[in-house]
Design a protein around this ligand. Structure first.
Ligand SMILES: NC(=O)c1ccc[n+]([C@@H]2O[C@H](COP(=O)([O-])OP(=O)(O)OC[C@H]3O[C@@H](n4cnc5c(N)ncnc54)[C@H](O)[C@@H]3O)[C@@H](O)[C@H]2O)c1
Length: 439
């Protein structure tokens, strides 16, 4: 790994390719373009608005993160991607119904010029939608080769220096890591034989890694979270990260639960339900896709509360997560949480949360940060699983044998300490005893 001034600067142009150009992607692209034209502030983005403390509190040194590490500038980004629908980014943004006309019209020409490439799609993995803008080939291997060609063509056509890929396509059906995913050899053999256990997202990830392109996964599907692709990422020296953008209800959960745990308050039950009416909601209405999402959402509390260490507080808490497709709401989701807790002498209390959130508005800055940090990681020679980016994910990928860290504030400390480490700055431990010692 390179550190400090040895990390090459983010010079030239960065391509961000997104498989899946629906609500999240269009909101992300429109937002970045609006920000770089000075029309909006990049609210929610750590890379654009965040600061990082360096040295002692008395030194009062907190530069902007984007001044502390070298990140691609917003004007140096070129966008592209793949979708099963042919429509350009202006039409797709209109159809997604997230952004208002007054925000889309000023950048209409820019958005209209971005058109998806043909997707790799498999109906067995996503049941509730069907599109015609899809690649045909004799094997999954050939589909992967076609994606590799797309990546190379995109780079050449746009005169790019570097590319990153962020998966923002629909959630695929639930599968477990199996034999075909166990090693790179078995995976590549499986590609040639079109093994049914190789999902489209894995083909995109394979193509990216073969091209030396970092791959971040915003959905809960396994994708790079299999031994075969860890192996490929290490072999090609490419960073990977995932899974599932941490927005909405799980974001709030990973703020509240560490607080309860910190004060050792008990939990009897946590019921979370949502209504949403966008295409994501429609896909998640299929039980196989919902199962992938459910797994991702459920594990969070177990890891934060550590029931094995505190059986008297968390042994049998009841945790239920529901997602209900309700078209009238479109992208304006509503998530309710009912939390049954107990305190001193076992006395019960309740917390109710009603979060009227906008999914894509929360996800867009995450896409930006992930793309810029994954590009930084690549330049710094960091390869394989990037656990320091857990901050952005509901189901962070970790090295085999390590449990994932879900507490948002530990994740934040990990991220910032990684940036300090990269730039050869001291770690911040928050000990602070030196301020009170006289010698
Ligand atoms: N918005 C959030 O807060 C949030 C949070 C966590 C995860 N996610 C995940 O991000 C993803 C995108 O969410 P969205 O709201 O933009 O959904 P969306 O339905 O608006 O967009 C997804 C797009 O992916 C396309 N697609 C499906 N399969 C594809 C394939 N194989 N190749 C290329 N394109 C394909 C669809 O046609 C669609 O246009 C979903 O998986 C969602 O679960 C979103």
């Amino acid at each position: 790994m390179l550190r400090g001034n040895n990390i090459p600067k983010a010079e030239g142009k960065l391509g961000i390719l997104l498989p899946g150009m629906g609500a999240v992607t269009t909101t992300f692209i429109a937002g970045v373009e609006s920000v770089s034209r000075g029309l909006h502030t990049p609210v929610g983005s750590l890379t654009q608005l965040g600061t990082i403390r360096l040295g002692k509190r008395t030194e009062d040194k907190s530069p902007m993160i984007k001044d502390f590490v070298s990140l691609a500038g917003l004007k140096d980004i070129v966008f592209g991607g793949w979708d099963i629908f042919e429509e350009d980014m202006y039409t797709a943004a209109k159809n997604s119904g997230v952004l208002k006309n007054e925000d889309l019209e000023p950048i209409k020409d820019f958005l209209s010029a971005i058109k998806p490439m043909k997707a790799v799609f498999d109906k067995n993995y996503i049941k509730n939608i069907e599109g015609s803008w899809v690649k045909e080939a004799d094997s999954k291997y050939e589909l992967g080769e076609a994606l590799r060609q797309d990546i190379r063509d995109f780079k050449e056509k746009n005169n790019l220096d570097r590319i990153v890929i962020v998966w923002a396509a629909s959630t695929e059906a639930y599968i477990k890591s199996g034999d075909v995913h166990a090693s790179l050899d078995s995976f590549e053999k499986g590609l040639k034989e079109s093994d049914p256990d190789i999902a489209p997202s894995m083909i995109y990830a394979w193509a990216a890694l073969k091209e030396g392109v970092p791959f971040a996964n915003g959905a809960p599907n396994l994708t790079t979270d299999i031994p075969a692709l860890y192996e490929l990422a290490e072999k090609e020296k490419v960073p990977i990260s995932g899974k599932d953008f941490k927005t909405g209800q799980t974001f709030i959960k990973t703020i509240i639960a560490p607080g309860l745990k910190a004060r050792l308050l008990g939990l009897n039950g946590w019921f979370s339900t949502n209504i949403l009416g966008n295409r994501d909601g429609e896909v998640l209405d299929d039980p196989a896709s919902f199962k992938t999402k459910e797994e991702s959402k459920l594990s969070v509390l177990e890891y934060i509360l550590q029931p094995d260490k505190h059986p008297e507080l968390y042994k049998d808490f009841y945790h239920k997560v529901r997602i209900n497709y309700y078209p009238p709401r479109g992208d304006d989701k509503e998530g309710w949480d009912n939390i049954d807790i107990f305190g001193w002498m076992g006395y019960p209390m309740q917390i109710k949360i009603d979060f009227l959130c906008r999914d894509s508005i929360l996800a867009a800055p995450i896409v930006l940060d992930l793309a810029l940090f994954m590009d930084l990681a690549k330049r710094a020679g960091m390869s394989g699983i990037q656990e320091w980016l857990s901050f952005y994910y509901k189901s962070p990928i970790t090295a085999p044998g390590l449990y994932p860290e879900h507490d948002l504030f530990i994740q934040q400390a990990k991220l910032k300490n990684t940036l300090r480490y990269m730039m050869e700055e001291e770690q911040i431990t928050h000990l602070g005893i030196e301020y009170y010692e006289n010698e």
